[in-house]
Every structure is written in structure tokens, then in C-alpha cells.
Design a binder for this molecule. Structure first.
Ligand SMILES: Nc1ncnc2c1ncn2[C@@H]1O[C@H](COP(=O)(O)OP(=O)(O)OP(=O)(O)O)[C@@H](O)[C@H]1O
Ligand SMILES: CC(C)(CO)[C@@H](O)C(=O)NCCC(=O)O
Length: 304
């Protein structure tokens, strides 16, 4: 990774030593996906500098937009600053994205920060079945990329209220009839496994719209462990919820449920990670590398 500058936590932290971001334990508890531990040390040692750096890049974009407007002698709708977050299924993208949203809003209260995931652009389970793509869920062809790029084009055009479909991890499907709204945010955080993927047929890709991208990296065996732990937790939470995707498994033989999860990891998510997600790592502006317990041990920043 020749074009990246590598920092350990200690060094990275020193870039923001004077003003660590403030967050309460209660706020942190709300961010955690499913009862895990994100400690305040991470916020102090990793996220403070990250927030500060993101704000620097944000200001640069705004200054450039201003200059473009002056050069052209016209007012141009200022598109949001878009941050993309990529990485494997279960590596912790949504947890990091939620943390960034809270910390950015907290540190810069005038900024409106919206968070969303590309999960909503995956075809519904019914449509995946129709296309014979059930075993390819999460792979590039399982997303409605036209819908996603049209959506992003609307975002950049400065349109006021833009709707997008929603996905539920609990249902393991698109939620029909429910939509998210993007209403002129200053910063838009978009997380998803496909956010750095290259096009298969020369079309525009998601990352063409990003101002800054982050890849969350970790050893495969750890991500598998986090995937299995989340699976068991979601299953337990839905033991008494007959409408849930995990309900039957939660009330059936435990070893069969674990076998299903293991197969999903081995045959779907791990294959996707190796073939389509990990190869996009070096397209990111910043790589957060995690070790056991989700501890970020290395930070790689791409040289400009
Ligand atoms: N910093 C962290 N500390 C502790 N646990 C974490 C942390 N980040 C993520 N986790 C846990 O790891 C699991 C995966 O995290 P998360 O759901 O954020 O992943 P994801 O990459 O968004 O997954 P997907 O692509 O399936 O949506 C969850 O159980 C989550 O609670
Ligand atoms: C929605 C995706 C594809 C991406 O986040 C993922 O969370 C997913 O549901 N993958 C399919 C295999 C699985 O259930 O883990």
C-alpha cells in the first residue's frame, strides 16, 4: 500500500490532541448495533482526528464550490458532501457510520448530517428469486444500480426531498411501502458493501459521487466471528417474534441454525468479500483496520 500513510492509534490521536470530541456514555450506548461495546477510548483516540480531518476536507469542498460559483458568475445549488463507507458484511460499517453521524453533528452543530445505507437498493427477495439471484444476495448484480445512480444524481443536483427504499436486517428483505428521505443535508454518509465497487458495464459508479471514502478492514476470521455473533444475537432477540426471518430458526434445532449461518458466511458473504469487496479497498481515501474486539489498530490515509 505504497500510496498510503500509515498511523498507529497513538500517532493518529496526536493530530487532534487539543480537542477530543465530546460524547456521553448514553449517546454511545444508542449507537451500538446489538449490545456491543464501543468504548470512549476509541472515540478519543481514533474518531476525534477522523472528524477533524473530515471537516477539513468538507471545508475544502465548500471553498471550491464557492470559487466555481464566482468563476461562473452564478449561484449553484450546493450539493452535500458525501462520505462513503465500505467493507465486508458484518465488519461494522453501520456502527462506524452511526458514530460518525453523531460525532459530526455534535462537534459541528450547524451541520445537518444524514445517514443511509445502500442496502435499500438491493432487489427484494421476490425479485431476487425471479432473477435466480437468491444465492447472490449482496453481489453486484443483486443491486438495482440504475436506481442508486439516479438517486445519487438527484442528490448532487440539489433536489429538495429525495426518497430511497429501505432494507430491514430483521426481515432480511426490502420493507415494502416504506422510504427514507434525503432533505438537503450538508453531509450525507452512505454505508454499504458496494459503495466502492467498479462498474461491470461502463456505467457510472457510486464512488464517482463521493467526496471521501472509508474502507473498514479486518482479518476474515474475525469478521466471520462477528457475523456469527450477530446472527445468534438477532436470532435470540426474535425468538418470540413470528413475523421475523429468524423466528423459525430461533425455535428450531440450534445446530441447524448455526449451520445455516456458517453456510451463508462461507458461500455468500465470504465469496463476495474476496471477489468484490476486498479488491476495492485501495480505492478508499482512508482505511480503518480493526483487530480483535473491534479495536482499530491501524489507520491508513491515502496521500493526495
Ligand atoms: N466498534 C464496535 N465495537 C463493538 N462491536 C461492534 C463495533 N462495530 C460493530 N460491532 C458489532 O459487529 C457486528 C457487525 O456490525 P454492523 O452491523 O455495524 O456491521 P455492518 O458492516 O454494517 O454489517 P452489514 O453489511 O451486514 O449491514 C454487530 O453485531 C455490531 O454490534
Ligand atoms: C443486505 C446485505 C447484502 C448487505 O448489507 C447483507 O446484509 C445481507 O443480507 N447479505 C445476505 C447474506 C446474509 O444474510 O448475510
Amino acid at each position: 500500500m505504497k500510496n498510503y500513510l500509515r498511523f498507529n492509534r497513538e500517532k493518529w490521536q496526536s493530530f487532534s490532541a487539543t480537542e477530543p470530541v465530546k460524547i456521553t456514555k448514553e449517546e454511545l450506548a444508542k449507537i451500538k448495533s446489538l449490545g456491543d461495546i464501543i468504548n470512549l477510548t476509541d472515540v478519543k483516540e481514533v474518531y476525534s482526528s477522523l472528524i477533524k480531518y473530515l471537516y477539513l476536507v468538507y471545508q475544502e469542498k465548500r471553498a471550491l464550490q464557492q470559487k466555481q460559483s464566482e468563476f461562473l458568475h452564478q449561484k449553484i445549488a450546493s450539493a452535500p458532501f458525501i462520505i462513503g463507507i465500505s467493507g465486508s458484511v458484518a465488519v461494522g460499517k453501520s456502527t462506524t457510520a452511526r458514530l460518525l453521524q453523531v460525532l459530526l453533528s455534535r462537534t459541528y452543530p450547524d451541520l445537518k448530517v444524514h445517514l443511509m445505507t445502500t442496502d435499500g437498493f438491493i432487489y427484494s427477495n421476490q425479485e431476487l428469486e425471479r432473477r435466480n439471484l437468491t444465492d447472490r444476495k449482496g453481489f453486484p448484480e443483486s443491486y438495482n444500480m440504475k436506481l442508486l445512480t439516479d438517486f445519487l444524481q438527484d442528490v448532487l443536483s440539489g433536489k429538495k426531498d429525495i426518497v430511497y427504499p429501505l432494507y430491514s436486517q430483521e426481515l432480511s428483505d426490502i420493507v415494502s411501502g416504506e422510504y427514507g428521505h434525503v432533505c438537503e443535508p450538508d453531509i450525507l454518509i452512505i454505508e454499504g458493501i458496494n459503495t466502492l465497487q467498479l462498474p461491470t458495464n461502463g456505467q457510472i459508479v457510486t464512488s464517482d459521487f463521493f467526496d471521501f471514502s472509508i474502507y473498514i478492514d479486518a482479518p476474515e476470521d474475525l469478521i466471520e466471528k462477528w457475523f456469527m455473533q450477530r446472527f445468534v444475537r438477532v436470532m435470540e432477540l426474535n425468538k418470540n417474534n413470528p413475523h421475523n426471518f429468524y423466528y423459525e430458526m430461533a425455535n428450531g434445532p440450534r445446530d441447524e441454525a448455526l449451520k445455516f449461518a456458517e453456510e451463508t458466511w462461507q458461500m455468500v458473504n465470504l465469496v463476495n468479500l474476496r471477489e468484490y469487496i476486498a479488491p476495492t479497498k485501495q480505492r478508499a481515501n482512508l482505511i480503518l483496520h480493526k483487530t480483535a474486539g473491534h479495536v482499530i489498530d491501524q489507520i491508513y490515509l491515502k496521500q493526495i
